[in-house]
Design a protein around this ligand. Sequence first.
Ligand SMILES: Cc1ncc(COP(=O)(O)O)c(C=O)c1O
Length: 357
Amino acid sequence: MRTILLNPGPVTLSARVRAALTGPDLCHREVEFLDLQDRLRRKLREVYARDDTTWGAVLLTGSGTAAVEAMVASCVPRDGRLLVVENGVYGERMRRIAAAHGIDCASVQAAWGEAIDLAGVRAALGTGGYSHVAVVHHETTTGRLNDLAPLADACREHGARLLLDTVSSFGAEAIDFDAWPIDACAATANKCLHGVPGTAFVIARRAALAALEQPRTVYLDLAEYLARQDGRGTPFTQSVQTFYALDAALDEFFEAGGWRARQALFRQRMAAIRAHLERLGVRPLLPAGESSCVLEAYELPAGRTYAELHAALKARGFVIYAGQGALSERVFRISAMGDIGADDLERLLAACGEILG
Ligand SMILES: Cc1ncc(COP(=O)(O)O)c(C=O)c1O
């Protein structure tokens, strides 16, 4: 029995992606690697149909946080000012990243589970002086898909540029690169794209990376990566095997119909799980329509602990995910990403029925 990962990344791999990991040994200075890197950068831009003139895809070796840190540290100019919009762990992390790099930064906070505080953002932007706004698209802490269209309007009105943490939404949720004033979005291979951990990336507006004469970081300097990768090079050793896996995962992604098809697939899975859990008396944390298609958080039923539910499901081949921080006693999370078949889903629903029925 294979174990199905229902945590929000890493995901259950397809046989094709797993097989790609055993590709040939390859030096990152060889032409074959540089061809692979070029191909990946092109495919990543194509996920949301971005042209190479305005946008650059930068490939990094690291987890999603590496991409987020690279974006924040590389995109806010020395005389810039950042407003971080928070309603969960990953918004808070961006504030910590900005502080670590000495970036002039303030935040507008909403409680975990609540929508972002748009009125607070408007008030802060109204005081002037913010060059950038950083926000998490899908706040994986609670499953909430933050409503970015009105935030984007507010940014445009005040001349602020958007930095998006799309780590758990890239490839499955709409990102309106044309309408929103996006300077960069950071993401990873091992969530909605179904690759393996180890490769992260940033899709950046080329003009946005010209701002820093003196970089804040050596390893995570996006302008340096962009220049070197455009010149068919790499500043550092890359995780070659995880690049192979992402290449295969992106082929599967496009063959299956791209981000809209992936969104439809995840929605279908999440709807089946939600309907079944609700029949079993398990309540979702957020009202219908406010969670992403990627993950949903559920209230632990009275008298059940996360540890007991996790263990019972793991014994049946399914790994769920705990709540974070203050939510750890209250919720569990289920994600729909990865190579999950209809038979796996049926087994999951049956297992939930056995344990919670
Ligand atoms: C929205 C979001 N941002 C950032 C991260 C951090 O990613 P990583 O754990 O790969 O560094 C995660 C991880 O789940 C996430 O969901």
